[in-house]
Design a protein around this ligand. Structure first.
Ligand code: RP5
Length: 178
């Protein structure tokens, strides 16, 4: 289940244990009012369900898939093998993990591409999906431009505050908040 708009983004993950780290993707899509669906599908635990999901994704109206998995993370690659939709990978990394999920996704051999984000980069995965979707959606494109302007305004304001108050006071204030 996603938000109330028609799903055009599929957010899938290998386990319910990935949900907290994938929430950034859903929050970001919500912020832009872009419809999505969220599923737990595993390349090794539920391989047939995953294949069916990926094979039917285009016909069901999805335009892009975000896939997050940890460990020997083959979810995104297997998904990309079953669809021609763009697949964006989020390698999941926990404290007890190495970088195996990142490496298994970033080193896809030529032929089947993945857009691999940073480890736990679910927010950037959604932002990248939005950039793809904005290519064919002028209203989304305007919303994305506005979002970028807000980022710039907030970056400039942070610098102005730093210049006015000095780095020591700024650091002390940020430590007091955290
Ligand atoms: C992967 O194995 C999942 O994507 C998850 O990141 C990891 C651990 O899964 P659980 O054992 O917590 O279900 O398939």
């Amino acid at each position: 289940m996603g938000n109330t708009s028609t799903p055009i983004v599929g957010v899938i993950m290998g386990s319910g244990s990935d949900l907290d780290l994938m929430a950034g993707a859903m929050d970001t899509l919500d912020r832009f009012a872009v419809g999505y669906e969220v599923r737990i599908l595993s390349a090794h635990r539920t391989p047939e369900l995953l294949a069916e999901y990926a094979k039917s994704a285009r016909q069901r109206g999805l335009l892009v898939i975000i896939a997050g998995a940890g460990g020997s993370a083959h979810l995104a690659g297997v998904t990309a093998a079953h669809t021609i939709l763009p697949v964006i990978s989020v390698p999941i990394r926990r404290d007890n993990h190495g970088h195996e999920a990142l490496w298994s996704n970033i080193k896809m051999p030529p032929g089947v591409p993945l857009a691999t984000m940073p480890e736990n980069g679910s927010v950037n995965a959604a932002l990248f999906a939005l950039r793809l979707l904005a290519l064919g959606d002028p209203s989304l494109s305007d919303r994305y431009e506005e979002f970028r302007q807000q980022q710039i305004t907030s970056g400039v304001a942070a610098d102005q505050k730093l210049q006015a108050e000095g780095w020591q006071a700024t650091l002390a204030a940020s430590k007091a908040v955290s």
